[in-house]
Design a protein around this ligand. Sequence first.
Ligand code: AMP
Length: 271
Amino acid sequence: MQIINSVKDLDKFLKQSNEINFVPTMGNLHAGHLSLVSEANKYNGITLVSIFVNPLQFAPNEDLDIYPRTEKKDLMELEKVNCDAVFFPEPDFAEGTKKLYANSELSKKLCGISRPHFFHGVISILNHFFQLIQPKNVFFGFKDYQQYLIVKDFLEKSKMDINIHGVPIIREPDGLAMSSRNNLLTPDQRLVAAKLSIILKDTAQQIKTRNLKYLKVEGKKKLEELNFEVDYFSFFNSNTLEEIDEIETNTLLALAVNLGGVRLIDNFLIK
Ligand code: AMP
């Protein structure tokens, strides 16, 4: 596995490479990230993973400084899943990046309400990566479903010749969606966090017998009883992210909560 530490070395590497299948990450890798790598490996060409904690997507009061960084372990995990190359940009990689704005219809909903800067920071750094790497395929997890839709929209509008692939959420045995932020939870909080996917699943199972307004209120109440601070818990059209009161084909049930200062998100696509 080749390790690339600078844009200069990346350019050299890309000159000798075939088509690139690109998996952008912020490191502290877990089985969710690795499933994106395994998916990328199914395509012809080279699988390239980037590890960069993107400062552009964190507001000053957010957790940039404590975001877990575990480079050595990450490299070992990537070797195990036959990743071809890893790009660790220099710390100043984001400086001078062209500031782009994510689609406002998609980015001002769900997580965009409490994190208004977030998706613009994501799109700006991804554009920087995409311009440098010119990948053929890129891979994003449905764990961050809103991010997946926004990147898909960005690629369509910018007419870049890049295919985007969405990959299902990988969960811990107790159902908690894998996330680097899970490492910031205390053991007690970690136990409570497992209830998120249970409440999502229970709610999704009741859509035929209960109306969505009732389910939203009930779900939120259950979360608050467990001491989650609820940012949102609702049903959305899975293409437009409009909040809905009637079930549609491909409804997204999504939540964002705060538990002891740790932000957690999860979702369920109801087909
Ligand atoms: P991050 O390092 O958190 O920026 O995530 C990098 C990529 O991994 C994003 O496309 C995420 O959606 C994806 N990802 C993170 N957690 C999971 C998970 N539990 N299952 C599937 N994909 C995930």
